[in-house]
Design a protein around this ligand. Structure first.
Ligand code: SER
Length: 605
């Protein structure tokens, strides 16, 4: 069964069962705790937490996902990918285990001619969380799975969270037995290569706190409702239903893989090391296409770095496979990838020119990098030998990595060619130091997340702010929230820095590179707040940041809100000019001239 058909069947099965089909969200996560979307449930997280109310109580989706935690495993195992698609069905306080379990089983085991996936129940095993008797009973009594096929596993396997504070719960997984040639008898508790997980049903019921992602976190309490979040790996199921050994050999990824073999003059299946490299290329090119399609540009941090890294790994593997260092391979592979994915994502065809522009440019850049890094490498190697040494310093290896994006395996190989070893310990120490810094940054970012929950509560209470700024520069408004030092308070007094939520506002909040309005909030006869900035920490919620100039402001006060109109007009002029310049650049350079990170303020753009 083709991958696209699997996706269609999944959605139509759940649609028939009353679920609303929701299109995939962008790979770029709106969630401040994430760079990229790693699971199907991400767009629905605010519904699980009760921060927002969905328009539907059950939903189904095919969500684009990126995970790079196990990037080194790609190509080596049968199932690791940086880009994959997660099929899911979701219940927001509607049904729970009693319906989620039988639905999943029905779809997986219903014969192909009747619309299901037609998997022989004899090939299936399930797991439940240690003390989840309820799930075990449903599998046994309602679905009819033999008791010896139901295994109980601990937190690490059968308890799901996003790895950060948020929704979580025990889960139950469905495994497919690939047969004795893949490993020992005994079910998923014994061998996760022979028995591969295809579907994870999460009983999203609790909220977790800070900690790791392997069960070492506190449970803070129950979510407002009992929810369902399931995730079925589309590529994994395609491998099972297409009877191939691994996800890289399925219809879609396989096309890229075979084309890469052709381009590099190799044959898939002839040599283990080459096979691994071909799989890496096939996976990575596809990820790059999808990331660029969603607007990511290569860079040195965040999502841009993820993209840069996978593109560079592709180029490196293609060079090793072909033994060539001057050929550019990615254009053709990008074409094949787009063609293979266009049935599921027709928008890729419109974006093809932009995708090619970005990927081609990065491949050329990396070729330059390799040339520049090769010169630095040569000088460092020369120095080492001149000093009578045989060890290339870890600091040089780190500099090559950090400045030129030189992978360590490339440095190791080039050093070996010159009879040198590399001080890998020093290299790893320096890398570790860099990682520690990155971790500290990530911790700092989480504090931002704590703020979000405060804003979410304010938003729930006050609702969306009514924005009047397209027509009005002044309004009579009510104070619906006051925040001082990160806490909701009933009153703020002269001299205090304050954040204020109003029911309606003429103030434009910073967005699209246009700075926020400034102005004043005046409480009749009692106080004045100078508004210095306006932000939208959550869609629909305007937060006015400033200082109480005199008097005080109290919750539910009626205020006169007025923006500085001269300044607003100056900013608008800058914003319009930015669009004109962008349009001129696109005319001159083509559609890949994207606009990012602009700042429009009075007199500047
Ligand atoms: N959120 C779960 C997962 O990612 C199930 O969808 O596995």
């Amino acid at each position: 069964m083709e991958t696209a058909e699997i996706a269609r069947r999944f959605l139509s099965f759940f649609e028939k069962n009353g679920h609303t089909v929701v299109p995939s969200a962008s790979l770029i996560a709106e969630d401040p705790t994430l760079l990229l979307v790693p699971a199907g449930m991400v767009p629905f997280k605010p519904y699980f937490l009760g921060q927002r109310t969905p328009q539907y109580s059950t939903a189904t989706s095919v969500q684009k996902c990126i995970r790079t935690k196990d990037i080194e495993e790609v190509g080596k195992t049968s199932r690791h990918a940086t880009f994959f698609q997660m099929l899911g069905n979701f219940s927001f306080g509607d049904y729970f285990k009693e319906r989620a379990i039988p639905l999943a089983w029905e779809l997986v085991t219903t014969p192909v001619e009747d619309g299901g996936f037609g998997i022989d129940p004899e090939k299936l095993w399930v797991t439940v969380y240690l003390d989840d008797d309820e799930a075990a009973e449903i599998w046994r009594d309602k679905v009819g799975v033999r008791p010896e096929r139901i295994q109980r596993l601990g937190m690490e396997e059968n308890y799901w969270s996003m790895g950060v504070p948020g929704p979580c719960g025990p889960c139950s997984e469905i495994f497919y037995d690939r047969g004795p040639e893949y490993g020992a008898e005994g079910g998923p508790a014994v061998d996760d290569n022979r028995y591969i997980e295809i579907w994870n049903l999460v009983f999203m019921q609790y909220e977790r706190g800070e900690g790791g992602d392997k069960g070492d976190f506190p449970i803070l309490g129950e979510l407002p409702k009992k929810n369902i979040d399931t995730g079925l790996g589309l590529e994994r199921l395609a491998a099972v239903l297409q009877g191939v050994d691994n996800i890289y050999e399925t219809d879609i990824i396989g096309r890229v893989l075979h084309h890469a073999a052709e381009l590099t003059g190799t044959r898939y299946g002839d040599d283990h090391d080459n096979d691994v490299m071909l799989r890496v290329v096939a996976d990575h090119v596809r990820s790059a296409v999808m990331l660029v399609g969603d607007g990511v540009k290569p860079g040195n941090e965040k999502a841009g770095y993820v993209l840069r890294r996978i593109l560079r790994r592709s180029v490196r593997n293609l060079r090793l496979l072909s033994g060539e260092s001057d050929t550019l391979f990615l254009h053709e592979l990008t074409d094949v990838s787009i063609d293979a994915m266009k049935d599921i994502y027709p928008d890729l065809l419109d974006k093809a020119e932009v995708i090619h522009g970005v990927i081609d440019a990065e491949e050329r850049n990396f070729a330059d990098t390799l040339r520049a890094g090769t010169a630095l490498f040569g000088r460092a190697a020369e120095r080492t030998r001149a000093a009578g040494g045989t060890v290339f310093s870890g600091a040089d290896a780190f500099q090559l990595h950090d400045t030129y994006g030189f992978p360590i395996d490339l440095t190791l190989e080039m050093a070996a060619e010159q009879g040198l070893s590399v001080d890998e310990n020093q290299f790893r120490e320096l890398m570790q130091r860099q990682r520690d810094t990155a971790k500290a940054d990530a911790r700092a970012k989480k504090l931002g997340n704590a703020d979000i929950s405060l804003y979410a509560r304010l938003h729930e209470k006050a609702g969306d702010t009514d924005f009047l700024g397209y027509t009005d520069s002044e309004s009579e408004s009510f104070v619906r929230g006051i925040v001082v030092d990160g806490e909701g308070v009933p009153v703020a007094r002269a001299g205090q820095k304050v954040e204020i939520v109003l029911d309606r506002t003429p103030f434009y909040a910073e967005s699209g590179g246009q700075l926020a309005d400034t102005g004043t909030l005046t409480v009749d006869g009692r106080g004045v707040v100078d508004v210095e900035d306006v932000q939208k920490p959550l869609p629909g919620l305007f937060v006015h940041r400033g200082t109480v100039r005199s008097g005080e402001v109290v919750l539910d006060d009626s205020v006169h809100a007025a923006i500085d109109t001269g300044r607003r007009h100056a900013i608008e002029r800058s914003h319009s000019a930015t669009h004109l310049i962008h349009s001129a650049l696109r005319n001159a350079l083509g559609p890949s001239a994207g606009q990012a990170g602009s700042e429009n303020r009075p007199g500047h753009l």
